[in-house]
Write a protein that binds this ligand. Structure first.
Ligand code: HEM
Length: 402
């Protein structure tokens, strides 16, 4: 197949539903595939890694937004997004990210383990009750969505009583990561405004009365660092942590369960203890990554012998890199015991996912509990996929557990 045909197929619902044969065809063409007019799609593992680690390739920031979407400042979601570390380059990115990292520590993440285990067990109890008579249970909502959104609320320090109203707002704002339709902007903007007002209020409460949570730690960092993190930078990045952290992890849980539903032996090692939970999670991330791609802008450079135009669009296809036959033996085989792990699913370099340890922990806590608790878990009808390529996952995954 020619590159142009493969790329056209990736843009269709069937191509998005199963992009892996198309990725295999792209690997035969080369590590870097030309898209025309100097833009490229990077599909090789090593080439993706080098783009993500090279500061010469920049993320699209508000200067690029200005070109693509003049008048973006009229949208609260873009105003917040303009402060998100995901959308910043150079010294400003380094400054804000390092201050956030001072609060978002390994100690804080691993300290959540007992709470995550309890939340997972509570959700599994509810599923066991509802499914005890063989009734169909919807895994995506009842577990894969509720666990990460509750964990992120716990991490930030959002009180229990506020969480119910909070979830739909978080869900609306998370739509900003998809191909946004202008018609969706009012709902996304409304969620952005409401979440910011909520966080502003919660921040003033935590400032007056700090607790053992991420928000109190972030406030302490910003106050002690003498304004190096402004209130808006802090609050805007709090909304980023909220939305970057749950949809992706939801898809990790759904994609992992679907692997076991379609290939039950894939879960046996985890059930009998021969596969460590962390190794299972890494292989789910590689085999069916919740984030399939990210992007950079290249400036009049070349990559693996391919010339890029100035301000070239560079799509780094993480999901393809994870199936690169030059890097992984039998890439299309799900093998949690593989010695050659190391998926690109959390990116790499300066923007490497700041929540990777938390997402890995949630997966490592959830999968053994889920499969151990429900040895008979079975698909009940066709799952419904979300028709998006960037964030890969399901809308509905109906199962029976008894
Ligand atoms: C399985 C779950 C997750 C996946 C697959 C994932 C994937 C990614 C990827 C690929 C990037 C880099 C994007 C780029 O280079 O352009 C990223 C960045 C980021 N992620 Fe995650 N993520 C996950 C979970 C989380 C969680 C749980 C949080 C927060 C609690 C989080 C917060 C962030 C933030 C704030 C960034 C931006 C970092 C920066 O730009 O410096 N993510 N994530």
């Amino acid at each position: 197949m020619e590159a142009i045909e493969i790329l056209a197929s990736l843009g269709t619902p069937a191509g998005r539903a199963d992009p892996y044969p198309l990725y295999a065809a792209l690997h035969e063409i080369g590590e870097v595939v030309e898209l025309g007019s100097g833009d490229v799609m990077v599909v090789g593992y090593d080439a993706i890694n080098s783009v993500l680690r090279d500061p010469g390739f920049r993320v699209s920031d508000n200067a690029s937004l200005e070109q693509q979407f003049p008048g973006w400042q009229a949208n609260p979601v873009f105003i917040q997004g303009a402060d998100w570390i995901l959308n910043l380059n150079g010294p400003r990115h380094a400054r804000i990210r390092s201050l956030i990292a001072r609060a978002f520590t390994a100690r804080r993440v691993f300290g959540l383990e007992p709470a995550i285990a309890k939340m997972a067990d509570d959700l599994l109890d509810a599923i066991a009750d509802r499914g005890a008579d063989g009734s169909v249970v919807e895994f995506m909502h009842d577990f894969a969505y509720l666990l990460p959104v509750t964990v992120i609320c716990e991490l930030i320090g959002i009180p229990d009583a506020d969480r119910e109203g909070f979830r739909p707002l978080a869900r609306d704002l998370a739509r900003v990561f998809e191909d946004i339709d202008v018609a969706d902007l009012p709902a996304i903007n409304a969620a952005a405004v409401e979440l910011l007002a909520y966080f502003t209020d919660l921040a003033s409460k935590r400032r007056a009365d700090p607790r053992d949570d991420l928000l109190s730690d972030l406030l302490a960092v910003s106050d002690s660092e003498d304004g190096r993190l402004t209130d808006f930078e802090l609050l805007h990045n709090l909304t980023l942590l909220l939305v970057a952290g749950f949809e992706t992890t939801t898809n990790l849980l759904g994609n992992g369960l679907q692997i076991v539903l379609t290939d039950p032996p894939a879960g046996e090692g985890l059930r009998d203890g021969s596969v460590p939970p962390a190794a299972f999670v890494e292989e789910v991330l590689r085999f069916d990554s919740p984030v399939q791609l990210t992007g950079r802008i290249g400036y009049d450079t070349s990559l693996r012998g391919v010339r890029l135009s100035d301000q070239a669009g560079v799509v780094t296809l993480l999901g393809a890199g994870n199936r690169d036959p030059r890097r992984f033996a039998n890439p299309a085989r799900f093998d949690p015991s593989r010695p050659d792990g190391g998926p690109l699913s959390f990116g790499g370099g300066a923007h490497f996912c700041i929540g990777a340890a938390l997402a890995r922990l949630e997966g490592a806590v959830a999968f053994p509990r889920l499969l151990g608790r429900f040895p008979k878990i079975t698909a009940a009808g066709e799952p419904t996929r979300r028709d998006t390529l960037t964030l890969r996952g399901f809308d509905m995954l109906p199962v029976t557990v008894a």
